[in-house]
Design a protein around this ligand. Structure first.
Ligand SMILES: *[C@@H]1O[C@H](CO)[C@@H](O)[C@H](O)[C@H]1NC(C)=O
Ligand SMILES: *[C@@H]1O[C@H](CO)[C@@H](O)[C@H](O)[C@H]1NC(C)=O
Ligand SMILES: *[C@@H]1O[C@H](CO)[C@@H](O)[C@H](O)[C@H]1NC(C)=O
Ligand SMILES: [Cu+2]
Length: 310
């Protein structure tokens, strides 16, 4: 009987577990698409640093917080310009053939200047600045990450006055479905190698920068979030504020912990027009993460604990 029950449980859960995480499958820069490599798979020339697994980075002091799990240098660097529009296509499963599976948590973008070519730049001690952060949609119950789960890309605009040079763009989803416990947050960072032209002069100040790991702690608001299933939410973005030189409204649906130098204002370039944003879910207010709708609470917990062996 117990075996039957276990067999049944595994049969129900395994297809979900296999696709419960993901990675950046490709990036589109001003209309040109650049494919990435499958995590742990073959390495073709790309502008996206390859990660070793679709599993999340766990723990705010994990070295893989920098560019994703065991990320390796990518061979190529893409040209971009101040104001370039990037679409970061997060996908689910080890081969990227399903949609991104999570819908609870923020979408943030950071940059750091490469010392020399980005294709040989070790960013483990780099100082990063934030250029955008997206949290909750109007109504404070549905996250913009739900749009990614619905197959939409993360949108980010290169700051319009950024100084030219080589930069890494770090796209990060944090999935907070387990963030009711300290250490529960799942970090998914990815680094894209860019060479930015133009004649801008903008740069972040040192107080707007931090290292990765270093930008976060496990217990800060926005990473440890015991009220995450108690909407409507007030969300506090982790990490530094959006760098002031970015200007405009690069911060949507939350607050940044430090008051000064925030890039929040009006006239967004990275958020969808409010008219096009899907309306918040009409149901109960619980989030519709597929793992959460799958089954009852005890099974759900099992489901989440099961794939994380460490
Ligand atoms: C990948 O990263 C994990 C976690 O940081 C580490 O435990 C593991 O040894 C790494 N694997 C390789 C092949 O470097
Ligand atoms: C959503 O949150 C923001 C910031 O925390 C707050 O100003 C706003 O009133 C909230 N809206 C709703 C509908 O709860
Ligand atoms: C990115 O922009 C598209 C087009 O406006 C929009 O449909 C999509 O929801 C946006 N992505 C996110 C994560 O908001
Ligand atoms: Cu996952």
């Amino acid at each position: 009987m117990i075996h039957l029950l276990l067999a049944f449980t595994l049969t129900v859960l395994l297809p979900v577990l296999v696709s419960a995480h993901g990675y950046v499958g490709s990036v589109t820069i001003d209309g040109t698409s650049y494919p990435g490599n499958e995590p742990g798979g073959a390495t073709n020339p790309s502008i996206i640093r390859q990660v070793s697994t679709i599993d999340p980075v766990k723990g705010s002091s994990n070295p893989s917080l920098n560019c994703g799990m065991n990320a390796t240098l990518a061979a190529n660097v893409a040209n971009a310009n101040p104001g370039s529009q990037l679409l970061v296509h997060w996908v689910g499963g080890s081969t990227g053939d399903s949609d991104w599976p999570h819908n609870v948590g923020p979408i943030m973008h950071y940059m750091t200047k490469c010392d020399g070519s980005c294709s040989s730049y070790d960013s483990s001690n780099a100082e990063w600045f934030k250029i955008s952060e997206l949290g909750l949609q109007p109504g404070n119950t549905t996250w913009y990450q739900a749009d990614i789960m619905a197959g939409q890309p993360a949108n980010v605009t290169i700051p319009s006055n950024i100084a030219p040079g080589g930069y890494l763009l770090r796209s990060e989803l944090i999935s907070l479905q387990l963030a009711v416990s300290v250490g529960g947050a799942e970090f998914y960072p990815a680094c894209i190698q860019l060479n930015i032209g133009g004649s801008g002069t903008g740069a972040a100040t040192s107080s707007e920068e931090c290292t990765l790991p270093g930008c976060y702690t496990d217990s800060e608001a926005g990473i440890y979030d015991p009220e995450i299933y108690n909407p409507p939410l007030t969300y506090t973005f982790p990490g530094p504020p959006v760098a002031a030189f970015v200007g405009g409204d690069a911060s949507v649906g939350g607050t940044t912990p430090t008051g000064s130098g925030s890039g929040s204002g009006s006239g967004s370039s990275s958020a969808p027009a409010s008219g096009s944003a899907p309306s918040p879910t009409a149901s109960s207010g619980k989030f519709s993460d597929p793992l959460f709708t799958l089954a009852s609470l005890p099974i759900r917990r099992f489901c989440y604990i099961f794939p994380y062996r460490s």
